[in-house]
Design a protein around this ligand. Structure first.
Ligand SMILES: [Zn+2]
Ligand SMILES: [Zn+2]
Length: 279
């Protein structure tokens, strides 16, 4: 179990990027696939975690931690002044993952359900790092994914879960720890900060899949209209479809990026009727 890659200073710096970034937040039901029986909350570095269960409030810091089981009272955890906190969630014997945000732990009767409310920009970096193989995907592919993922976060009209806007599985989008500051995934989010896709006057909530199989799906999906496009990368590699095949093809994006195409060109290829707009 390694130390957290993100320090408190990192999130202070990223939170200071632009005023609107601090306002655009979404909630994520995390560690969902693990269906944890116990979740342990650790402060990261010098973080002070302000905890409350509705009746009393207390602070944990340093080596102290908080262990939550199903049936426990709902817990609310923040940094000082209700700001986001840098914390780690541990499922003993399985994993330990860092998050920056405000944490709600819902007991439930069977499993513990952690919900982290975080800045959309931090979430975008976390999703890009989880959705694409960052060691082999060039920057342009990551940046195209960043714009698509941000559009989903900001363009979805309703919550996808009763307890949170999104979850951290493929049902919504994969989401792990924040991208380490200075990493390619981090740059892909920061260099496209605020950019989303718009179509016919509405904000898109675009779809993407691992590989389209040579031709993307066309038609209407909710409000979003997809034009089927030929994907030379999948066709040439005789790659069969993985996923639903709508919108951005991740495999195609990686191959285009390796050939020197920009992230704008990748988005124009797979989502030709979408405009890239600063929200
Ligand atoms: Zn979901
Ligand atoms: Zn493809």
């Amino acid at each position: 179990m390694g130390k957290a890659p993100i320090t408190r200073r990192d999130w202070l710096l990223s939170a200071a990027l632009q005023p609107w970034i601090r306002q655009a937040t979404r909630s994520f039901w995390v560690l969902k696939l693990l269906a944890p029986q116990v979740v342990v909350v650790h402060p990261v570095g010098t973080a002070r975690l302000h905890c409350s269960d509705g009746q009393r409030s207390w602070i944990i810091e340093g080596d102290r931690f908080l262990s939550v089981r199903p049936g426990a009272q709902q817990l609310h955890v923040t940094g000082p002044n209700d700001l986001p906190a840098c914390l780690q969630l541990e499922v003993p014997g399985m994993l330990r993952r860092t998050y920056t945000g405000v944490l709600d732990l819902l007991g439930g009767s069977e499993v513990v359900r952690p919900v982290v409310t975080m800045s959309c920009e931090i979430a975008v970096g976390s999703i890009v790092g989880a959705e694409l193989p960052v060691s082999e995907a060039p920057f342009a592919a990551l940046a195209a994914q960043a714009v698509v993922s941000r559009s989903i976060l900001l363009g979805s009209v309703r919550r996808r879960h009763a307890i949170a806007d999104f979850c951290d599985t493929t049902h919504c989008q994969f989401l792990r720890a924040p991208a380490p500051t200075g990493s390619l995934a981090w740059h892909s989010a920061s260099e496209t900060a605020g950019l989303v896709l718009k179509q016919d006057g509405h904000w898109m909530s675009p779809r993407f899949s691992a590989a389209c199989g040579g031709r993307t799906e066309g038609g209407l999906n909710g409000e979003d209209r997809y034009i089927p496009v030929v994907c030379e990368s999948c066709a040439k590699e005789r790659r069969s479809r993985e996923g639903h095949g709508w919108g951005l093809c991740q495999r195609g994006a990686i191959v285009m990026a390796r050939s020197g195409f920009t992230w704008q060109a990748i988005l124009n290829r797979y989502l030709p009727n979408a405009a890239i707009i600063r929200r």
